[in-house]
Design a protein around this ligand. Structure first.
Ligand code: GTP
Ligand code: MN
Ligand code: MN
Length: 607
């Protein structure tokens, strides 16, 4: 019986499964093998339960649509907790509750919570199975929707159990929708428990418990909960690794030499777009290793090596089109799960921004309501703004072979960036690693008029990790700084900052998207040590005049001038904002970082 608990040989898993079953009292237990047959039979079950709609097999082979409860549509940060023993260790950027108190609360909620449901056991590897940077988790869930999404987003099944053997260790990840089924009770099409959502990380125990929500980052526990929050904690304990909200891309120059770059931008600031870029400059090729998370570790050669711990893309659908990101569109042409997008009359999917014209005929919105362009009713959101596709990395037409490498890929450069209308140039390079850590710690995006805060205000999102760091963010800055001493300067990745979002009178100064390959080219040339392409400024190195390849590009010289000039006065006020933000970390703010900021201020004043 491959799917029964008796097939499990790892003692810790057996205990974990038994404890979970005792508390949550499911009607049966199923151990997942990750096979294609299993995936298909679970999808059929989801169709039967009314959770999945099968899409048109000719247009979208092997694709399904799910509609969530309208209140369960995104990560919920206010329900996300880091439960370290000491509050100080969670830091000022995380919600905290004492572990004993949280466990008592969770135990109360979880008693009998799987009644009438199957408890699925999902052994999964984040990263290539058995690789030196990969890690193993076991998710327990009562949601078959979670199982099929996990089977795309992670490597699931027997091979993972083989690597664990009888004594191997793993991260236990427990999930329940908290929706027990009484005998004869009609099931909901999206079981959840909105008022009792808790997404909890216990950093000292490397343990995750998430209840009440069935959606994305709240329920697919390999992703943000494990691959970022718990992994940041594990990395710091190990001392030679990092877990980051970073894309990984391979870039090949016209001579055929290949480099790898990672980049951290806050959510909705262009990671998926950059990771799958079609380069516009002749002879350069960009390939995608990952679009959201990177795990890095110092390899035997002293350099940082990176893997994409995920096996799929959990991408935002709206705005994705064959024009804006053709490679993402091609990735979800088959074998994809869509959540909260619109269903067209011919059994295909649609979302805002996929095409200029709304498809003709009857459309079922993400809320399950009928609408059509000629109904005379005003057009509602047909897809939810946070609707998603779950697609396989294997189906990405620009997948990088490095994705499959057990030991990962060597990283030459790291990029930070955010959405900045003003002040921040198109691209600049940090003076050194520690100065680069200052850049990471001060990543920020400007709020738009649409956001709650006043427009033009800076919202800091250090390292693009604000909701994802599993410990005190001040200590995290300190941990990043330690690599200046652990790794030889010539082996450390060079650190850059980019800004695709400079605006004037509401117009973007830089065309962005495929044209960003020009910026990547300069970054690679800097890594190669090409002479005469950079000028030193108070904030770091900027492209020298003519050093950025603009051939065939139609950007007015005056705009380029603005994109590549340092406004020292504006930067001095930036320094003040950073200082105020940093002060929130109190004693946990590293002295070296304060010194870096002081030095930046002094350089700006002297200029
Ligand atoms: P998460 O997956 O949520 O972590 O976010 P992400 O960083 O992957 O964001 P994504 O690539 O989905 O960002 C999409 C948004 O950024 C869309 O509004 C894009 O139009 C915009 N965007 C991406 N690249 C560029 C660019 O080069 N220039 C401009 N102006 N906008 C861009
Ligand atoms: Mn993305
Ligand atoms: Mn993300």
């Amino acid at each position: 019986m491959a799917h029964s608990v008796s097939s499990l040989v790892n003692k810790k898993i057996v205990n974990y499964v038994n404890e979970c079953a005792e508390l949550m009292t499911p009607k049966d237990i199923y151990v997942c093998d990750g096979s294609a047959e299993e995936y298909h039979s679970l999808c059929e079950l989801l169709v039967k339960q009314g959770i999945f709609t099968k899409l048109n097999e000719t247009k979208r082979p092997n694709c399904y649509l799910a509609r969530s409860n309208p209140a369960d549509v995104a990560r919920v940060e206010k329900c996300t907790f880091i439960c370290s023993e000491k509050e100080e260790d969670a830091g000022p950027t995380n919600n905290w509750m004492a572990p004993a108190e949280m466990k008592a609360k969770l135990n109360g909620l979880m008693k009998g919570c799987m009644k009438g449901r199957t408890m699925y056991v999902i052994p999964f590897s984040m990263g290539p199975i058995g690789g030196p940077i990969s890690r193993i988790g076991v998710e327990i869930t009562d949601s078959p929707y979670v199982v099929v999404n996990m089977e795309i987003m992670a490597k699931v099944g027997k091979k993972v159990l083989d690597v664990l053997g009888t004594d191997g260790d793993f991260v236990p990840c427990t999930h329940s929708c908290l929706a027990p089924l009484e005998e004869g009770q009609q099931d909901s099409t999206w079981p959840c428990n909105i008022d009792n959502r808790y997404i909890v990380q216990f950093p000292e125990e490397h343990r995750i418990v998430s209840v009440g929500s069935g959606y994305g980052g709240n329920a697919l526990l390999g992703k943000k909960c494990f691959a970022l929050r718990i992994a940041t904690v594990m990395c710091r304990e190990e001392g030679n690794s990092l877990a980051e909200h970073m894309l990984i891309l391979g870039i090949t120059n016209p001579q055929g030499k290949k480099y790898y770059i990672t980049a951290a931008f806050p959510s909705a600031c262009g990671k998926t777009n950059l990771a799958m870029l079609n380069a516009t400059i002749p002879g350069w090729k960009i390939e995608c290793v990952g679009d959201d998370i990177a795990w890095l570790k110092i390899g035997p050669d002293g350099r940082f090596w990176a893997i994409n711990p995920e096996s799929g893309f959990f991408g935002v659908a709206p705005g994705t089109s064959y024009k804006s990101n053709p490679n993402a569109m091609k990735s979800c042409e088959k074998d994809t799960i869509f959540t909260n997008v619109a269903l067209t009359e011919d059994g295909d999917v649609w979302w805002e921004g996929m095409s200029k014209e709304v498809p003709k005929g009857k459309i079922i919105t993400w809320l399950g309501k009928e609408w059509s362009a000629d109904s005379g009713e005003p057009k509602p959101n047909l897809a939810h703004p946070n609707s998603r596709f779950t697609a396989k990395v294997e189906n990405c037409p620009v997948g990088d072979p490095g994705y499959y490498a057990l030991e990962g890929v060597p990283v030459s450069a790291m990029i930070f960036g955010g959405r900045r209308e003003n002040t921040v140039p198109l691209v600049f390079q940090s003076r050194n690693w520690k100065h680069g850590v200052l850049l990471g710690s001060s990543v920020a995006s400007e709020t738009t008029a649409a956001a709650e805060a006043a427009a033009g205000q800076l919202r800091f999102d250090p390292f693009a990790m604000l909701p994802f760091c599993g410990y005190n963010m001040g200590d995290y800055f300190g941990y990043w700084l330690t690599f200046a001493d652990k790794v030889a300067a010539d082996k450390l990745p060079k650190i850059f900052h980019v800004n695709w979002f400079r605006k004037e009178n509401g117009r973007f100064l830089w065309p962005g998207y495929g044209e960003n390959s020009r910026v990547l080219k300069w970054i690679i040339e800097r890594c190669e040590g090409k002479e005469g392409i950079a000028v030193e400024t108070p904030i770091g190195y900027l492209p020298a005049k003519g050093a950025l390849d603009l051939s065939g590009l139609d950007v007015p010289e005056a705009d380029m001038e603005k994109l590549l000039t340092v406004d020292c006065k504006a930067y001095l006020s930036e320094v003040e904002k950073i200082r105020t933000y940093h002060s929130k970390f109190g004693d946990h703010l590293p002295k070296d970082l304060i010194a870096e900021l002081d030095a930046l201020e002094a350089r700006l004043k002297a200029a």
